[in-house]
Design a protein around this ligand. Structure first.
Ligand code: MGD
Ligand code: MGD
Ligand code: SF4
Ligand code: MO
Length: 715
């Protein structure tokens, strides 16, 4: 028996795990009490990592689709076939004919982050799509516009704040997002113990609302008005105190002029939040000694995603919380992701090019996933003919999944890098299955950049992979050199490949650590060797002010009244005063929900995580249920402009009247050929079968999957 220490890779909390291995099998996983950051915490998903590792449904060898059958093949043969097919398609149709869809788990591994940009540029395609555009793209866009890098993402300093507003986030269940803060529940409890206040703004009385001082119901999709009205109060009542930020933030007067146009009374009509509550919250925010306003999916996944999230920055700046202790702070990670990203990728940028079919601006070198199906299904020059799916399941996770399904089925060629045959990878011609996280060494490049404390950790391999297996790194590298061989010749491409093998990841990480903030600054002289001496992770302390030094805008200043947002403002004002209601019977608004024992679309094959309360049901307010003749357990039909689905009803006054709520990532039984045997035995439907790909935030292209107008009737 041996005991190993590793960070969990399933969500952003990055909890330290203590993993016991016997005969190369994981026999026990518990929280690592010696982890300075997570201090022994873990959630049920962390335990289920062992089910994932030993899942009998996991693919272990490359497979090729022959008719309805999957046939195993050798690795070299598979790499050759994939490269040859991709190169042939490029030769006939150009590089843009090859699209990439990158799923959420890529952010939890060093290899995809480093190799995918190289692979994209070797192929010469701009058709890059990812889960980010159904998630946090407004945040990346604003960080790019305001701070000069899409990766300079502020987080609330939860451990030291006295007043925290959580808007459209449910960290007690999600374990925190774009805020790496393991055991967030205890952090929030401590906030209250030291006399602080926690306010949650959400159309559902969530688990987080359950531990808050105050929960405010807001009508879905209307946070933009609530936030603007709060800023209005702060400006009108002379409560604005930007403090130190005044020396590096421009445009405060212009911003004040904008938010003055949104009164609390106007906002009340749209949001359902009483004007008096809006005033009081604004005053409390301004008066608190230390405070932060934090928002996530509920704000990003709306048609005003960018402008609404901009108001999060505005409130933090106006009240002097940006870059202040206990406020809205930036990490300074040992691996300096924003700077390295700017040096090695074309991520920093906006609207440098537009999507072919709908003309949507790129954000950080990506197009929105909402338009992926358009780009595959619409004929013409630049049409996508082949897809590379890496760690994603767009059929269940992107709006209008039925269209994505149809699009993937229509491709000339599709390759997936995934260890499961999911609803999307079932369309692949070839699937290349990598080892799972515990079978590879790992260095977290991403989450220390959005953590509430600076920290760094190297993860050793925990169990030995089977003979003849490949990591994500191996797979991507093998494809990369084969693609490069077409332009550089086999010899040169092989030489480059050999260089990558020696340099990545250890030497690269070591060089980055040495040249990074904790190598050169702070007298720490951090190296990979030093980091590896701390198997429980190395805590680098609380966050500290870093602005304007860390700004990456050309003039190292923040233009708060950025023209991109200013240009969108008339749309906000028009919507504020537009009393017309869609009169097609779609009189309810659908929102999403996460469950602690669920992980987007892909952990439903672990039996210990399914069953009990983790089920795919639609939550309906008692009044709305009664008005439609629906009761607990009855079957309802939910209809949108994109279609309909049926779901079991859960009657609950935790949702506000007029709102229905359903999780995404389910419905594994509703499509043929899915390789998750347990998941496919469970009831449920994919909510993205009825979300609409035409509803998105026009600035960032982020999908507006929340606040979706629906009608509800007995099925
Ligand atoms: N309606 C609605 N839709 C949503 C959301 C919502 O709230 N509502 N949320 C959105 C959000 S926030 C996100 S992030 C997306 C997620 O959307 P996706 O990223 O498209 O989907 P996942 O369910 O995360 O699928 C992950 C896949 O990666 C594979 N995988 C896991 N680990 C690895 C690995 O290490 N290597 C490789 N190669 N593969 C791996 C798994 O087997 C699985 O098939 O869904 C979005 N969709
Ligand atoms: N257990 C578990 N943890 C996860 C995941 C998971 O699937 N399961 N997924 C991970 C991923 S990929 C992500 S991105 C994060 C997401 O992390 P969070 O954003 O914290 O997760 P959600 O639970 O989707 O929270 C969104 C909240 O917004 C509310 N909401 C919906 N519409 C609106 C609106 O219009 N206005 C307001 N104010 N609120 C609204 C919803 O009711 C919900 O409570 O979670 C991560 N962690
Ligand atoms: S909260 Fe759960 S899933 Fe997230 S990192 Fe911790 S153990 Fe893993
Ligand atoms: Mo996400």
């Amino acid at each position: 028996m041996s005991v190993h220490y590793r960070a969990c890779n399933l969500c952003e909390a990055s909890c330290g795990l203590e993993i016991t291995v016997e005969a190369n099998r994981v026999v026990d996983i518990r929280g690592d009490a010696a982890d300075p950051f997570s201090q022994g915490y873990l959630c049920p998903k962390g335990v289920a990592l062992q089910d994932l590792t030993h899942d009998p449904d996991r693919l272990r060898r490359p497979v090729r689709r022959v008719g309805e059958e999957w046939v195993e093949m050798g690795w070299d043969e598979a790499f050759d076939l994939v490269a040859q097919r991709l190169l042939a398609i490029r030769q006939r149709h150009g590089g843009d004919a090859i699209g990439f869809y990158l799923g959420n788990p890529i952010t939890h591994g060093w290899a995809p982050i480093i190799y995918i940009p190289q692979l994209l540029s070797a192929i010469g395609t701009r058709n890059r799509y990812s889960a980010a555009s159904v998630d946090q793209q407004p945040q990346h866009l604003l960080s790019h516009l305001l701070f000069g890098s899409p990766l300079l993402l502020p987080v609330p300093d939860v451990d030291r704040t006295d007043f925290l507003m959580v808007i459209g986030g449910n960290p007690l269940v999600s374990n925190g997002s774009i805020m790496t803060a393991p055991h967030i529940k205890r952090r929030l409890e401590k906030l209250r113990q030291r006399g602080g206040r926690l306010v949650v703004v959400d159309p559902r009385r969530t688990e987080t609302a359950g531990v808050a001082d105050e929960h405010v119901f807001v009508r879905p999709g209307t946070d933009v008005f609530l936030l603007a009205a709060m800023a209005h109060v702060i400006v009108e009542e002379g409560l604005a105190r930007p403090g130190r930020a005044e020396s590096y933030v421009d445009g405060l007067d212009a911003v004040a002029g904008m938010v003055r146009q949104v009164t609390p009374e106007d906002a009340e009509r749209r949001t359902g939040v009483p004007a008096e509550t809006i005033r009081r919250l604004a005053r409390e925010l301004a008066a608190a000694r230390r405070a932060a306003v934090y928002a996530r999916l509920g704000v990003c996944q709306t048609e005003f995603g960018t402008t609404a999230y901009w108001l999060i920055h505005v409130l933090n700046v106006l009240t002097g919380r940006l870059d202040e202790v206990g406020g809205w702070m930036l990490a300074e990670p040992a691996f300096d992701l924003p700077r390295i990203g700017a040096l090695t990728t074309d991520l920093p940028g906006y609207d440098r090019w537009r999507s072919r079919v709908r003309g949507i601006p790129e954000v950080a070198a990506e197009f929105p996933s909402s338009t992926l199906a358009d780009e595959i299904l619409t004929p013409g020059e630049g049409q996508i003919r082949a897809m590379v799916l890496v760690a994603g399941n767009p059929v269940l996770t992107v709006p209008q999944g039925r269209r994505v399904d149809e699009a993937l089925a229509s491709l000339d060629f599709c390759v997936a890098i995934d260890y499961f045959i999911n609803e999307s990878t079932r369309h692949a011609d070839v699937i290349l299955p990598p080892t799972t996280a515990l079978e590879r060494e790992e260095f977290d490049l991403v989450f220390p950049a959005v953590s509430v404390r600076n920290h760094v950790r190297w993860g050793e391999r925990v169990i030995e992979p089977e003979a003849d297996s490949r990591t994500d790194a191996d797979i991507l590298r093998e494809l990369l050199w084969r693609i490069q061989a077409a332009s550089l010749g086999r010899r040169a491409a092989r030489a480059l490949d050999a260089a990558r093998r020696t340099f990545l990841p250890r030497r690269f990480v070591d060089a980055a650590l040495r040249a990074g903030p904790w190598g050169l600054r702070h007298g720490r002289r951090l190296t990979l060797r030093k980091v590896r001496k701390h198997p429980h992770g190395l805590d680098l302390g609380a966050l500290y002010p870093v602005l304007p030094r860390r700004l990456m805008t050309p003039d190292r200043r923040i233009r708060l009244d950025h023209r991109v947002v200013v240009a969108d403002w008339p749309r906000v004002i028009a919507a504020l005063h537009d009393d017309a209601r869609a009169d097609d019977g779609r009189d309810l608004l659908l929102i999403g929900r996460r469950h602690l024992r669920s992980n987007n679309s892909w952990m439903h094959n672990a039996e210990r995580l399914t069953g009990g309360s983790n089920r795919c049901r639609v939550m309906v307010h008692p009044d709305d249920a009664a008005a439609r003749g629906l009761a607990e357990g009855s079957r309802a039909r939910i209809t949108t402009a994109a279609g309909h689905l049926d779901a079991d009803v859960e009657v609950s006054d935790a949702v506000m009247p007029g709102v229905v709520c359903m999780p995404h990532g389910w419905g594994h039984a509703s499509r043929e050929g899915v390789g998750w045997s347990h998941a496919a035995s469970l009831p449920g439907s994919s909510v993205n079968d009825i979300t609409e790909d035409a509803r998105f935030d026009p600035l960032s292209g982020n999908a507006a999957v929340t606040a979706l107008p629906v009608s509800l009737a007995p099925a």
